[in-house]
Design a protein around this ligand. Sequence first.
Ligand code: AMP
Length: 215
Amino acid sequence: MSSFKELGLSPAMQANLDRLNYTQPTGIQVKAMPPAMAGRDVIAMAQTGSGKTAAFGIPLIEKLQPKQFAVQALVLCPTRELADQVAKALRELARAKENVKVLTLCGGVPIGPQIGSLSHGAHIVVGTPGRVEDHLRKGTLNLDRLKTLVLDEADRMLDMGFVPDVEKIVALLPKIRNTLFFSATMPPEIRRLSDKFLINPKEISVTPPATTADN
Ligand code: AMP
């Protein structure tokens, strides 16, 4: 499969990808999008720059029901920088649908304004595990209607000590959901987590972009 047209996207998403100049899907998109669109769990070994954000973002947004004003997707990221980047990319992809609200919930900033934003509702939450867990514990974030969970750069979340928070969050999520797990490497602890969180996943890997002597 080598074109977005063959992936069965909505005409609005197809038009939006044309607007973004996404003419061809990247390797990770070709491999991850068909199972994700079909609702199958995915474990993908992919690096930054591979196009992984759209590989999970497009299926997640295609499934979203904007009229249902509840958090339908949660993307966990290791850092605020990545969360901001992912939220920005999702907002662009979500222009295929009307009025999709994407909220970032990261640590290192006051929690009060986040509680205010949450009270107005959101469809997609992108955040770091510690702060997302804080909101769940306080009852300021409700994930009862979640459909898609994404773990982005799971190996970096492990390096940063976020695994206990991730486990606490996942324990509170609906059992029937689509889980998409992205990691640049697959150390044993990441394997353990993926075995725990995913059901019959499609396993995918793409070759990292070629590196040169000076990078
Ligand atoms: P990522 O690996 O998700 O951080 O994406 C890396 C960059 O590739 C981002 O700037 C994306 O906007 C861009 N990108 C993702 N998918 C495509 C595509 N199919 N065609 C062109 N650019 C893309």
